[in-house]
Write a protein that binds this ligand. Structure first.
Ligand SMILES: [Fe+2]
Ligand SMILES: [Fe+2]
Length: 283
């Protein structure tokens, strides 16, 4: 049993909506080997002597799978565009209230990301973490983009801001938020130990480096997932969609598969070039 599935199932089990709960659980249960591979990519990173190129590639492509606030903001823009075109910007009170309810839940998912609660932009916190670990910001260069990272981002962006069916953006956000809960909770202690073992950061510097992960833990992503869920009834009504019409398990599994593709590719490029940190100690 992977740690990711335990962390994620904890949240999924509390979902009241039966079809969402069972579909998410089935998708994660069916993706155990993928989750195992994702965990392995993070543990490989944290137990290997990664070259600067490995680190640059890792942080560039990992960022393709997170930093999702722009996509969700674009999705919300599409909702208000739809509201305008449907109602000429006036609308009846009942329809407008449904749009406002859905948006008020979805906007809460990106509050911290966009600095709306007064904190730093999460884009800047990721930059801080990656740049401290990589020792400069070369990791930002597009030359490090792997086909798997590009494929994940293009697929997710398509679901969020291009797919004619706006409901796809909602479904992908749902699986993304609950998966991310597992990922950040899993990697925080792992990265903390990694930095203690391999970097000369003092406690304050190490905490500063890990703020991006830390701010997403302790229930942040769980809350984002629950806020997303609360938009469901109004979105179904606004968009005229029914959950039953979607292959939910397939869609959630596709997300996990594409995520695993990125992380496996990252593990492989580290494996090709590195020796485990503890090789001598274990011998
Ligand atoms: Fe964030
Ligand atoms: Fe989130």
């Amino acid at each position: 049993m992977t740690k990711l599935i335990t962390l994620i199932s904890d949240v999924v089990q509390d979902v009241e909506h039966p079809l969402i709960r069972t579909s998410l659980q089935s998708a994660f249960d069916q993706s155990l080997t993928k989750l195992d591979a994702i965990e392995s990519s993070f543990t490989t990173l944290a137990t290997s002597v990664a070259s600067s190129n490995n680190l640059n590639v890792f942080f560039h492509n990992w960022s393709m799978t997170n930093n999702s606030a722009i996509g969700l903001s674009g999705f919300c823009n599409r909702l208000t565009m739809r509201w305008r075109s449907e109602t000429n910007g006036v609308g009846n009170a009942q329809t407008s209230t449904k749009y406002m309810n859905a948006l008020s839940h979805l906007n809460r998912v990106t509050d911290e990301d966009l600095g709306a609660t007064g904190g730093k932009l999460h884009y800047d916190l990721y930059y801080q973490m990656a740049t401290m670990i990589c020792q400069n910001d070369d990791w930002m260069s597009r030359q490090h983009l792997m086909s798997e990272g590009k494929e994940f981002k293009q697929w997710k962006d398509r679901c969020m801001v291009k797919d004619k069916d706006l409901f796809m953006g909602f479904l992908v956000t749902l699986v993304h938020e609950v998966y991310t809960h597992g990922e950040v909770e899993y990697i925080l202690p792992l990265f903390d130990q990694w930095l203690r073992d391999t970097r000369s950061f003092n406690d304050k510097e190490r905490r500063r480096c890990l703020i991006w992960i830390d701010v997403h833990t302790k229930g942040t992503e769980r809350n984002h997932f629950n806020e997303t869920l609360q938009a469901l009834p109004d979105l179904c009504s606004i968009l005229g969609r029914k959950l039953e019409d979607y292959q939910l398990v397939n869609l959630f599994s596709e997300y996990l598969s594409k995520k695993a593709n990125v992380m496996v590719a990252l593990k492989e490029q580290i494996d090709q070039n590195n020796q485990p940190i503890y090789l001598e100690a274990q011998a």
